[in-house]
Design a protein around this ligand. Structure first.
Ligand SMILES: C[S@@+](CC[C@H](N)C(=O)[O-])C[C@H]1O[C@@H](n2cnc3c(N)ncnc32)[C@H](O)[C@@H]1O
Length: 270
């Protein structure tokens, strides 16, 4: 399979997503708690959530908008959406609609279902926007669906994200593709920040450095095996060095560098 196709296939696989979430349980700051302590979401809001995955942020959004608000949670993975539908608490049943939609065609799908631009108070996307094929087009569409006083919130990694992990992988000959490196390090700063600064009057950027502790080589291996940069030809070598590391140090601390960008007040056309 072509490298990018293989990466997308892993990215769109809900079991891999669950595996990564499980391996990252032991994080210093709870990512979702952190996001929603910073992002103000009002009761009654209509929210579009892109790349909702298994719903790690969807229930937070539903809690915030209350019974009069609504979340349309979109993802390309049916398995991920089924997970949300199955695990949804009764109190959220009427507040969340899951929709199987490709990011590359989300506007067309919304229009086909009767939505009319602009209709959302908040458009939210965590760890997913970089999977679209044309980021400038997707960002422009996102802007069009946003009400004039609405807000966009995008969460993603940046800078030296995952560096301790990449380090051990590189030392064992794992080559991480440019595309994965872009999603992990430069997408937020090179693509999202300049776009938001040009299109919105208020942009706030919240960075977080979040150490994640792995107590065993199996947990490190579990995270890597479920990631978009897994390379099974290097499995034995990485496992050998990971086990050696744990025998010597007892634990491994990976570092997630995360950015929450919130953009509001669309600039008027000049
Ligand atoms: C890393 S997960 C993030 C899930 C969730 N927002 C979170 O932070 O836990 C990325 C999600 O993007 C979805 N995705 C990838 N490519 C997509 C596409 N072209 N259209 C819609 N969703 C896509 C995947 O299925 C996956 O659920």
């Amino acid at each position: 399979m072509h490298n990018k196709a293989r990466i997308l296939s892993t990215a769109q696989n809900a079991s891999h997503l669950k595996g990564r979430i499980e391996a990252n349980q032991d994080q210093q700051t709870d990512l979702n708690h952190w996001i929603f302590s910073l992002l103000s979401v009002q009761e009654g809001w209509k929210v579009l959530e892109l790349c909702c995955g298994t719903g790690a942020q969807t229930t937070y959004l539903a809690e915030k908008v209350g019974p009069k608000g609504h979340i349309w949670a979109l993802d390309i993975s049916v398995e991920a959406l089924e997970h949300i539908d199955k695990t949804l608490g009764k109190q959220y049943l009427n507040r969340i609609t899951t929709m199987e939609v490709d990011l590359d065609n989300f506007s067309g799908q919304l229009a086909r279902r009767g939505f009319v631009e602009p209709c959302f108070d908040l458009i939210f996307c965590s760890y997913g926007l970089y999977y679209c094929s044309n980021i400038q087009e997707t960002l422009a569409e996102i802007e069009r669906w946003l009400r004039p006083n609405g807000k966009i919130a995008i969460v993603g990694p940046f800078g030296p994200n995952n560096e301790p992990l990449y380090d051990i992988l590189h030392k064992n000959g794992v080559v991480i593709s440019e595309y994965v490196m872009h999603t992990s390090k430069t997408f937020m700063t090179f693509d999202v920040v300049p776009w938001a600064s040009e299109k919105f009057e208020h942009v706030s950027i919240h960075p977080l450095v979040n150490p994640v502790v792995w107590e065993s080589a199996e947990t490190l291996m579990k995270y890597w095996k479920n990631s978009t940069f897994y390379d099974e030809t290097k499995l034995d070598s990485v496992r050998f060095h990971a086990e050696k590391h744990f025998r010597q140090a007892g634990r491994f601390v990976n570092e997630k560098w995360v950015m929450l960008l919130v953009a509001e007040h669309k600039r008027r056309l000049r």
